[in-house]
Write a new protein. Sequence first.
Length: 397
Amino acid sequence: MPKSIVDDFGEKQERRVEQLPPAAQFNVDLANQVAKDAQKLILGGLSETEFYQKYHQAYLKEFGVDDRPLCPVESIGGTPSESAFTKHISRRTLFKLGGITLAGILGARWLGGRALGAGVATGDSYGGLLLKEDDQPQQVGKVQMGMVVDLEACDGCLSCVYACQKHNFNSAGVFWIYSLAYQDENRDGRNFLLRLCQHCANSVCTKVCPVRARHKREKDGLVLTDYNLCIGCRYCQVSCPYGSNYFQWGEPENKNYYHPKLTDYRGRWVIGNPPKGVMGKCTFCPDRQDDGRGNVVCALTCPHNVLHFGDMNDPNSEPRRYLREKTQEKGGQLSTFRLLENQGTKPSIIYIGQQPSRSAKLVEGPVSYADWGLVEKRLDVLEGPQPWFMKVFGGSQ
């Protein structure tokens, strides 16, 4: 395991927490330590049994329940269940908006200056590597929905940003997908990067949730939040290295797409705008996966064929076919990368193009958010492009 990554994660984490206001509801120190060890877990430095046992009593003390899905039943002599949560505590009882820790908004900022995984595709590839069994985002036979994002075709038009924001009726300034324009050394003009939830095959956020609100859907590998179970502790936000989580501070501004009847095929409320005190993020449109359309709004509205959505484990899916076609067009040499691949998360999004270097810096895009009638008032507070880009890619102000 690359020990330096975990050490750097914890050191930067602790420095930033010292600058935060005191938490009135949830234990900041516990959240930070859990996130650090969850990172070790997905990198192989801790076993699931060790991780669970280390924090079992602390979770019970903090939340009244420890319903993490990785519970080693034979080791502790019991089985976690949702009934344990409802017996001990309710989401509305736990959630108090005033004074909740701000540590969660800094999740992606702890990983400043870490290099991205990158490669050159030489055939049927996933993330710049020849496809082998251990390169798969999930085990063979499992469905893992994801994307190929062709940054070479992106012009920063913000069509995907607008479509996602309006489709999910998110509050002003809340974007589940960002289009970032930047300049980089030895590269002419503006470059673009799209940031959204990576729906990781080895998702760290699902390993820290005390009530199993954040979970991975077995059917298609989507990483989702059960809004009825979420207690707003933001452990998922603290642990996520991609800064893709949003906390719903107030009542949703647009309630057309906010009600418990928006459930998926399992009857779980995971679709659309979350209620107050609950975590939200990119969902890969589970309603469209359940009704047979099998697509996502951001890809449908892109005018430049940038986003390609499908099963990353299926060689005949649209994203995998697109990778092969682009590789052939490039004479067998195609530059691809996955975000923070060295973190062990197995992100389900592959980017075609050159990864940003440590000298990259954000610039104004050709189209502004205001041009689309979108408000950016919450960017800096809720992991907007500037802090996230600077910390993760090492760019300078």
